[in-house]
Design a protein around this ligand. Structure first.
Ligand code: ZN
Length: 76
């Protein structure tokens, strides 16, 4: 079975990591706000991080809509 645990690249906790289905716009918002490192965008994270990021997106849902989803593709 694939129940192996790894250190989460975001919080460092040893946990079961999984890819998360955030939209490009949501990911761009999290990176801009400093809640998610740009390098971690395509990486798997733990349940705690996922819940934290999801809560942030819910709290700031109006702001997410103003974020340019292409931000991640641009060199800053
Ligand atoms: Zn984590």
């Amino acid at each position: 079975m694939s129940a192996k645990s790894h250190d989460c690249p975001r919080c460092g906790m040893n946990s079961r990591l999984q890819k998360r289905a955030f939209s490009d716009q949501a990911l761009a918002a999290l990176v801009i706000w400093g809640d998610l490192d740009r390098r971690l965008v395509s990486q798997s994270i733990c349940d705690d991080c996922y819940e934290e990021l999801r809560d942030i997106l819910i709290d700031r849902s109006a702001e997410v809509l103003t974020i340019d989803a292409n931000t991640l593709g641009k060199a800053s």
